[in-house]
Design a protein around this ligand. Structure first.
Ligand SMILES: [Zn+2]
Length: 629
């Protein structure tokens, strides 16, 4: 089909809403941050920007016979804030499975347990033994609140030593737990300091199994001890592979490190020949990861392991390992390493066109559809299409939230929205287009315009179910799609990359994103942010009229729902078809009606249709005009 504007003369006629304002509503938290100079109206981090940090040295032991996970960790916590911290909030995510804790996820009775037992706890020189003392240390759902004897002063560091244990869930997987009797995905397993930031102070949110995560960056050094017949995959670089793997496996790993072809590093023969582990294997696997927001690991005594590597940065030749670890009975998984390879390639070079930020990405055949830094826990899928979409979606999260330090709990569209558009752009490149144009578009259309279609700026903590899914995925992803269409590829990627360069490793909030794009694009996009984020607008463009106008015709389109969307018009005339396109800029400054003048005589026009498969529309009926109907 030909896309051509040549037969159109386009004097756009607008009706402007007199109430339009170019200033975005700014929350008091963000106003305060701007006054303190931690955030700026130009979207760059302020000169007083700070964030806290926790470094973790952990030794964790997992016993598959008892499902007991026990750990010993030292946290070095850096209070880089200008504030004195009189309390410390420790997150105990495994307490999602603790009896009596408030949660949204359904957990089988048999998977409920006593939660995390703290065997010892030291902060600075102070030892705390009693965790039910409201004045000193106490549990509040999945958080442990500590009032240290010595306050944590601004720009100071405190060391915490914690020993702990709990029983891993064998059923009711919520992003962690047993996969089968020889395979486990273990996440959110270690006590960690919550986030104290310049916007909200302490993040006191209790994990309920629905909203996702918000964590500070830190360096992780983790030793994982498991029975010697288990392989471990984890966030971070492997530090002692030769201590545990046989020479044969090490040799294959080395080949894979520079091979674009997939190497079956562990195959069925390796199991049958008992040729996977070193005769002197210790069963303790060491990993190290710098500047990541989380650490997860997975183990199996029977999974196959496919690895290849991708050049992610053409200028330096840097490579990322793309891996899949899987059960041989899940046939869809035989292609997942290939999908991971392609995903990492397309993300680095096509969308978001930014070198993949980690040294490896391992997709583990698991129980969920969940991302962790450098790790993915994906259930097997029914079709190749499902596998491609799922793999590309979860790997896309490497950028958002992990590279960018997004507060997913509060701004899920800054995380899931990107993974949604990423999946929808990349899956077709891998031969599997989205059925709905953009993943979850239909779900957004269904809810749009209802009282559940809350403005995107609404804090994700405050809603769940349909509103959560729609805003986080479909509407978030569509917004980025419309934004790219509006700015054009060059300006869009320039703006996106400036945002990513300015905020990676930090904690951007929505206003940082808005103002970063305004600044980088050189355009004041507040009219766009206003409608997409702050108003009860929904997608509904309609053809108001098609009429004779001089020697040609005039087509009038009304934006009934108020959401700025691109206009795609397919005009059928004299047995031919022409498509004409305008970006959402036609709705700039609150305009609600646009008209376009065409040289096509009214007598030859048979049909005019609005929209394409990417553009949502609540009421498609008013998108078509047919002569004499
Ligand atoms: Zn996601």
């Amino acid at each position: 089909m030909k896309i051509c504007n040549s037969i159109f003369v386009v004097p756009l006629l607008f009706i402007v809403s007199p109430l339009f304002s170019q200033q975005l509503f700014t929350t008091t938290e963000v106003k305060s941050a701007m006054q303190k100079g931690t955030r700026t109206p130009n979207g760059e981090p302020g000169k007083n920007y700070w964030q806290n940090k926790g470094d973790y040295t952990i030794h964790v032991n997992f016993d598959p016979a008892s499902n007991l996970l026990s750990g010993n960790e030292v946290i070095t916590y850096y209070n880089n804030s200008p504030d004195t911290l009189r309390e410390l909030i420790i997150r105990l995510y495994p307490d999602l499975y603790k009896k009596g804790v408030t949660r949204l996820s359904e957990i089988d009775e048999k998977d409920l347990n006593e939660g995390v037992s703290i065997d010892s706890f030291q902060i600075g020189n102070e030892t705390i033994n009693n965790f039910s003392d409201p004045g000193k240390a106490f549990h509040k759902n999945t958080n442990l609140i500590i009032h240290p004897g010595e306050y944590i002063l601004p720009h100071s560091t405190v060391k915490l030593s914690v020993r702990w244990h709990y029983t891993l869930n064998t059923g009711s997987p919520v992003r962690t737990g047993m996969v089968d009797s020889g395979s486990y995905f273990i996440a959110y397993f270690f006590p960690r300091v919550s986030v104290y930031d310049d916007i909200d102070d302490w993040d006191t949110w209790s994990y309920n199994g629905t909203q996702e995560f918000y964590n500070d960056f830190g360096n992780f050094n983790v030793d994982i001890s498991v029975p010697k017949d288990y392989v471990v995959w984890a966030t971070g670089d492997r530090l002692n592979a030769p201590e545990n793997f046989s020479d044969k496996i090490i040799k294959k790993m080395k080949i894979a490190a520079t091979s674009t072809k997939i190497i079956h590093v562990i195959d069925e023969t390796d199991y049958s020949k008992h040729d996977i582990f070193s005769p002197t294997a210790t069963g303790t696997w060491k990993f190290s990861a710098k500047d990541v927001t989380d650490f997860a690991f997975a183990i199996s005594n029977h999974y196959l392991w496919d690895v290849s590597s991708v050049v992610v940065d053409s200028s330096t030749g840097r490579r990322t390992l793309a891996e899949a670890a899987y059960n041989k009975i899940h046939l869809d998984y035989f292609d997942v390493a290939n999908q991971a390879h392609q995903s990492v390639f397309y993300m680095s070079h096509f969308y978001p066109k930014y070198p993949f930020p980690f040294n490896h990405e391992t997709v583990f055949d698991g129980t969920d559809q969940m991302e962790y830094p450098m790790m993915v826990n994906d259930n097997p899928t029914q079709s190749h299409k499902d596998a491609v979409q799922l793999t590309s979606h979860e790997i896309f999260h490497s950028y958002f939230p992990f590279f960018m330090g997004i507060n997913e709990t509060q701004y899920a569209w800054m995380d899931e929205g990107w993974a949604t558009i990423g999946e929808s752009v990349i899956s077709p490149l891998m031969g599997e287009p989205e059925d709905e144009g953009i993943f979850s578009k239909k779900r957004y259309e269904a809810i749009s315009g209802t009282d559940k279609d809350v403005p995107l700026i609404t804090n994700t903590k405050l809603y769940s179910d349909a509103a959560y899914l729609s805003n986080s995925y479909g509407k978030g992803g569509l917004c980025y799609y419309v934004l790219q269409d509006l700015l054009g590829d060059k300006l869009y990627f320039k703006s996106l990359h400036q945002y990513m360069n300015d905020w990676n490793g930090k904690h951007p909030v929505p206003y940082d994103f808005f103002y970063s794009f305004n600044n980088a694009s050189g355009r004041n996009l507040n009219w766009f942010w206003q409608k997409w984020f702050f108003e009860w607008a929904y997608p509904d463009l309609s053809i108001k009229n098609v009429e004779k106008s001089g020697a040609g015709s005039k087509i009038t389109i009304e934006n009934k729902g108020g959401l700025p969307l691109p206009v795609y018009l397919t005009i059928t005339y004299s047995g031919k078809i022409i498509v004409i396109k305008y970006t959402a800029v036609v709705w700039k400054d609150g305009k609600t009606v646009m008209s376009l003048q065409t040289k096509l005589p009214f007598s030859v026009i048979d049909k005019v249709k609005l929209g394409n498969e990417f553009i949502p529309d609540k009421f498609e009926k008013n998108n078509t005009w047919i002569k004499n109907k």
